[in-house]
Design a protein around this ligand. Structure first.
Ligand code: GSH
Length: 215
């Protein structure tokens, strides 16, 4: 199984961390986004969106990080990362949809402005108007997530699921991205637990930018 990823990206990080957590046998195929690897005919044949991540497993090809997450979990159903009962499964899916609709977009903007511009594409000052708009979205979503985490160890209850990987991955950039996390003590507590997991450490080490942010 191959994961075509750009490891500094949270969408790539989440699928790598899940594969690492599950102990799956996978190979990292580096998609160098700043160099334009995503636009090559070889890559667009796999993913016409020209975006990472993409998974291949033999002839099977899958894109969209949260769909890839579900595929990976299906390889180890006993892990509980994707509950088998319908309501449990939909709860995880609901938070993965919420991720793509509300959580990821706010953070993608600040990550682009504060991390990608200075450290990856190396050009331009942060667009403060874009940051202000994203910050508003961030607060709106963070309030919902913080309330959900009150009295729960993880996003959907007391067990770790795919929802935690999906929603936790962009928080690796909380510091570099100047996220206004101060009011959200539950989010901070929960992210602290995620980032202490061996699979999280292993995945951070596979992402040079996150392993050594100031370099
Ligand atoms: N909804 C997609 C988003 C994928 C995405 O936007 N990936 C970014 C990296 S963070 C990308 O490949 N960008 C390359 C480009 O826009 O040229 C997913 O979750 O997989």
């Amino acid at each position: 199984m191959e994961l075509y990823v750009f490891p500094p990206s949270p969408r790539s990080f989440k699928v790598m961390a899940i594969a690492n957590h599950l102990g799956l046998d996978w190979t990292l195929q580096f998609v160098d986004l700043p160099k334009g690897d995503q636009k090559t005919p070889q890559y667009t044949a796999l993913n016409p969106n020209m975006r990472a991540p993409t998974l291949t497993d033999g002839d099977y090809v899958l894109w969209e990080s949260n769909a890839i997450a579900q595929y990976l979990a299906s390889k180890r159903p006993e892990s509980g990362l994707m509950p088998r009962d319908e309501r449990g499964r939909l709860d995880v899916t609901r938070w993965q949809f919420w991720d793509l609709a509300h959580w990821d977009p706010a953070q993608a903007t600040v990550i682009f402005e504060y991390v990608a511009k200075p450290f990856i594409v190396k050009g331009g000052e942060p667009d403060l108007a874009a940051v202000a708009k994203a910050t508003e979205l961030f607060h709106r979503a963070a309030k919902v997530l913080d309330a959900q985490l009150r009295n729960r160890k993880f996003v959907t209850g007391d067990t770790l699921t795919l929802a935690d990987f999906s929603l936790g991955a962009p928080l690796n950039y909380a510091e570099m991205g100047h996220y206004p996390l101060e009011p959200y003590s539950e989010i901070k507590r929960w992210y602290g637990a995620l980032s202490a997991m061996p699979a999280w450490h292993k995945t951070l080490a596979q992402s040079p930018l996150l392993a050594a942010p100031a370099a």
